[in-house]
Write a new protein. Structure first.
Length: 456
C-alpha cells in the first residue's frame, strides 16, 4: 500500500471519503510496474494527486441555479440526479435533498414540492408598485409639500413626517414600504411598533409612538381616498397620560422678568452675554404676550413689516401680527398692550431698523443659530432665577412662555375658539392641555363661590 507523504503538503487536500481505498488500490497496482522508472516515488506522488483530483471532481457541485428565494438546484458528478438546497423555515437552516430527477424541469418542480413539505421560505408574490405602502407614502409627502409651498403649512410639516418615514434602520418605509397596502393589518402595525424598541436602549414614549401611527394613518387615508382600500385597519391604542405643559405662575413670571432685567442691565459693561440678555428680555416679554411659537417658522422668522402697531382706544392698544408660515400655516394674531410697549422700546433702541430686518437677534443671519442662542441663554436665565423646573419637575423652555400666554388668556376668559385661532392650534389641544389644568384665577374662584351660603 502506498504510504508516501501528502504530495500537496496541506491537510486540506487529504481525502475525506472512504474512497481512499480506491486510491490505494490503484497505486498499489501502478507501483510494481514503475520500479524500473527514474524517481518512481515522485511519479507515485503525482499519480496520487491526479487520482485524488479525479475522485473529488465526482463530488464537485455543478449547474447550480437559484430558482426562488431560499431554494437552489445543482448537480454533482457522483449522481445522475439533481439536488435541491432549501432554506427550512422551521429549523432556520439549509437542507439538501435529492430530487430523484434527471431532467431539470422535473427537478425544479420536485424542489418546490420538497420546499412545501419542509415548510421553507415561500416567495412572496411581487406587489405592483401602485399598491405598495411606499408609493402612497411618496404621494402623501408630495401633497404636504404643496401645502407648504402654498404657505398653508410650515416646512416642519413635511420634514418631521419625512424623518419618520425614511429613517434608515427602523423607519416606516424601510419596514412597511414594500407591503401591499391593501393587506396591511393591525398585526403589521403592532409588529412595526415592536421593532421600534428593538434598536433602542429605552422604549419610545407613548407620544412618540403616536407620532408614528399618525403618519401611517395619513398614508393609508390617501389610499382610502383613491378607493384602493375600503377602510383602515384598527390602529393599536397607545395609552397616554396628559400632564400640564411646563409654564409659569404670575408671581414666577414677575420674578423671572426681574432676573432678566438685572442680567440685561449688565450691558453697561458691553459684554457679549449682557447684549444677548437684552435681546432675550425683549423676546421673552413678546412670547409671553403674543403666544407665538419660539420656532424658526414663527417668532424667529418675524420681520418688522409683519407687525402693525394699533393705538385704537376702543379696541385697546396692541400689535397686529402676520404669521406667514406657522406650524399650521398662515394666520393673523394679536398681542397684549404689554407686547406693544416692549416692541416700541425695541424700535427706539434700533432707530435704524429696516422693515425687512428680523425683529429678534437681527445680527444673526442664521435663524437656526439665533434660535439655539436664545434657548441656551433662556436656560441660563431660569437657572439664575431658580425657576428651571416647574412643580412637576418638568424643565422650563422657551415654549413655556407660549403656555403661559394661553393659560393667562383662559384665566381672562378669552373665548376658546378665538384663542385657538390666534395661537394656531385646536380647541381640542387647548382643552386637553390647558383647560384640564387651569391656572389660579381669583375671578373664577369668585364665580364658584357666588351665591354660596356662609358657614357650613
Amino acid at each position: 500500500m502506498y504510504t508516501g507523504s501528502n504530495p500537496v503538503g496541506t491537510s486540506i487536500f487529504l481525502p475525506k471519503y472512504t474512497e481512499i481505498n480506491v486510491l490505494n488500490q490503484a497505486l498499489n497496482e501502478f507501483l510494481p510496474a514503475s520500479q524500473n522508472l527514474v524517481r518512481p516515488e515522485r511519479i507515485a506522488q503525482n499519480s496520487y494527486t491526479l487520482l485524488y483530483k479525479n475522485l473529488m471532481s465526482k463530488f464537485r457541485t455543478t449547474h447550480r441555479q437559484i430558482i426562488s428565494t431560499g431554494i437552489a438546484i445543482y448537480k454533482t458528478g457522483a449522481s445522475p440526479f439533481w439536488y435541491a438546497r432549501i432554506w427550512d423555515g422551521q429549523t432556520k437552516r439549509y437542507s439538501t435533498r435529492s430530487t430523484k430527477c434527471t431532467v431539470k424541469a422535473d427537478a425544479i418542480e420536485e424542489a418546490f414540492a420538497i420546499r412545501n413539505k419542509l415548510g421553507g421560505m415561500q416567495q412572496a408574490p411581487r406587489v405592483e408598485e401602485r399598491y405598495t405602502f411606499a408609493y402612497f407614502a411618496k404621494r402623501q409627502m408630495l401633497n404636504q409639500q404643496r401645502q407648504v409651498q402654498a404657505g398653508q403649512r410650515s416646512p416642519r410639516f413635511v420634514k418631521d413626517d419625512t424623518d419618520l418615514l425614511e429613517r434608515p434602520r427602523d423607519g416606516i418605509v424601510p419596514i412597511l414600504g414594500k407591503k401591499d397596502i391593501r393587506k396591511i393589518t393591525t398585526k403589521h402595525l403592532r409588529d412595526y411598533l415592536t421593532s421600534l424598541d428593538e434598536n433602542r436602549e429605552t422604549v419610545l414614549s407613548a407620544s412618540s409612538i403616536n407620532k408614528h401611527l399618525i403618519v401611517i394613518r395619513k398614508v393609508m387615508n390617501l389610499a382610502r381616498e383613491d378607493e384602493v382600500i375600503s377602510q383602515l385597519p384598527v390602529f393599536p391604542k397607545v395609552s397616554t397620560k396628559d400632564t400640564p405643559r411646563p409654564s409659569f405662575s404670575k408671581q414666577e413670571m414677575q420674578r423671572f422678568y426681574k432676573v432678566l432685567r438685572s442680567l440685561a442691565e449688565e450691558d453697561e459693561t458691553k459684554t457679549d452675554a449682557a447684549s444677548v440678555y437684552v435681546e432675550l428680555y425683549d423676546l421673552c416679554v413678546f412670547l409671553a404676550n403674543t403666544g407665538l411659537r419660539p420656532t424658526i417658522s414663527e417668532v424667529f422668522s418675524l420681520r418688522h413689516r409683519d407687525i402693525t402697531i394699533s393705538d385704537d382706544p376702543e379696541e385697546g392698544t396692541h400689535l397686529f401680527i402676520v404669521v406667514k408660515q406657522g406650524k399650521t400655516g398662515f394666520r393673523n394674531t394679536y398681542s397684549t398692550h404689554i407686547a406693544k410697549e416692549r416692541y416700541e422700546k425695541l424700535l427706539v433702541r434700533r432707530e435704524n431698523a429696516h422693515e425687512d430686518d428680523f425683529v429678534f437677534f437681527p445680527d444673526l443671519a442664521n435663524r437656526n443659530y439665533a434660535a439655539r442662542v436664545a434657548g441656551k441663554y433662556f436656560k441660563l436665565a431660569v437657572q439664575a432665577a431658580g425657576l428651571e423646573k416647574d412643580p412637576l419637575g418638568q424643565n422650563r423652555v422657551l415654549y413655556s412662555l407660549r403656555h403661559y400666554y394661553i393659560q393667562m388668556a383662559l384665566a381672562r376668559e378669552v373665548p376658546i375658539y378665538e384663542l385657538a385661532a390666534y395661537t394656531g392650534t385646536s380647541v381640542q389641544m387647548i382643552e386637553r392641555f390647558y383647560g384640564k389644568f387651569p391656572t389660579y384665577s381669583p375671578k373664577q374662584a369668585a364665580s364658584l363661590n357666588r351665591g354660596m351660603q356662609k358657614g357650613s
